[in-house]
Write a protein that binds this ligand. Structure first.
Ligand SMILES: Nc1ncnc2c1ncn2[C@@H]1O[C@H](COP(=O)(O)OP(=O)(O)OP(=O)(O)O)[C@@H](O)[C@H]1O
Ligand SMILES: [Mg+2]
Length: 345
């Protein structure tokens, strides 16, 4: 394994998370980890003072987590990047290289000269009959977004070794590259977005991002119960979908939003199953902070009739008792940061 010393950084809509791992024999060992609230709006701001404040927040986070490495692998949030599995005519690598812009133009909602474009051939049909299509993973990251992140990290005194999107990092941490793993739907339930991805034989086979998440749920609780947002946040975390708490008022506020998410998941599954009828999704793994909301795992399992589990990105990573205990409550929040920390050179 080629491994260059670095840590993983995931700047989310709510919290920034860092994780550092180090090789230990054939395994990886946890060096340090931590999270901190991101100053609201700062990761989206072009303003120098905002960026400086976020850089300072990251520096402080690293210090508190006991991470001294200056090398970082960073994730771009799915909400700011366009990731999609597209179908193209069957082409060679070289042919696709020249055709990808034309293909991408049909899918990417912004002018292509404003984005960094990357692609990867996922699968080629066994028989190249007339009209056969191959699957290509397309990632388009706006230059403005990439530059903004690079700027913030530079202000934090960091050297960027790798940059990828959240979904790649999460799938590395929760499913890995095992070609024998069952086809898995990963649902990353963040603060501002819910990201869906299907991982097949270690590769992304489907990707969607939904613009709703934990913040929308807290806002609904706040509005319905007429309480301030921090109290609503507490109720969400403590009671979630439990019908017996507060006369069911919290669950009544939360349910419509969770149902929106369920509807989108169902729609995505139908789409995937239509495209790949011989490859049923076998299980669902949750990540992100919202995965911990009381009652959510059962609700999703019942609504989708799929086996659901909360992903633990540090399950196979060596850690001491103290680290294991500190990670216990929060593990799904660290999926992307762990995946970035696992990234090989
Ligand atoms: N125990 C809990 N119960 C319910 N919700 C929780 C819990 N812990 C965290 N959350 C929620 O999870 C969200 C934060 O999760 P996460 O860190 O995965 O999001 P993010 O990466 O900051 O956001 P995004 O990926 O959307 O940019 C917040 O909305 C927070 O309220
Ligand atoms: Mg996130």
């Amino acid at each position: 394994m080629k491994f260059r010393e670095h840590f993983g950084l995931d700047i989310g809509g709510a919290d920034a998370k860092v994780v550092m791992l180090t090789p230990h024999g054939n395994n990886l060992k946890l060096v340090g980890f931590g999270k901190v609230s991101v100053p609201p709006g700062s990761s989206m701001s072009e303003n120098h003072a905002d960026q400086e404040r976020l850089a300072e927040t990251i520096r402080k986070l690293l210090q508190d987590a006991g991470i001294s490495s200056r090398n970082v692998a960073v994730a771009l949030p799915e909400s700011q990047v366009f990731t999609r599995v597209i179908e193209t005519p069957v082409l060679s690598e070289a042919e696709l290289e020249s055709a990808i812009k034309w293909e991408a133009e049909q899918y990417v909602p912004v002018p292509l000269n404003e984005v960094l474009l990357r692609h990867q051939i996922l699968s080629v049909p066994e028989k190249n009959v007339l009209g056969a299509k191959m699957d290509v993973l397309l990632v388009a990251a706006p230059h403005a977004v990439v530059n903004r992140y690079m700027n913030i990290l530079k202000l934090a005194g960091l050297q960027v070794l790798a940059i990828e999107t959240e979904i790649f990092a999460i799938s590395r941490a929760l499913v890995g590259a095992d070609p024998y793993s069952p086809t898995t739907l990963i649902v990353n339930l963040g603060a501002t977005t819910t990201d869906l991805s299907v991982v097949k034989k270690g590769n992304l086979a489907f990707v969607r991002s939904i613009a709703t998440g934990g913040e929308a749920i807290a806002r609904a609780v706040s509005a319905d119960l007429n309480i301030d947002i921090s109290q609503a946040e507490e109720y969400k975390r403590a009671y979630g979908l439990d019908p017996d708490k507060l006369d069911g008022k919290v669950v009544t506020a939360i349910k419509p939003i969770v149902e929106v998410i369920v509807t989108e998941i169902k729609r995505a599954m139908v789409y995937y199953q239509t495209k790949k009828p011989d490859d049923p999704v076998r299980r669902m793994v949750l990540s992100g902070g919202m995965a911990q909301m009381p009652g959510l795992v059962n609700f999703l399992g019942e609504s989708l009739t799929l086996e659901v589990q909360v992903g633990n990105p540090v399950a196979n990573i060596m850690k001491n008792d103290q680290q294991a205990k500190a990670m216990l409550d929060d593990a799904p929040i660290y999926s992307a940061a762990v995946g970035l920390a696992m990234k090989e050179a």
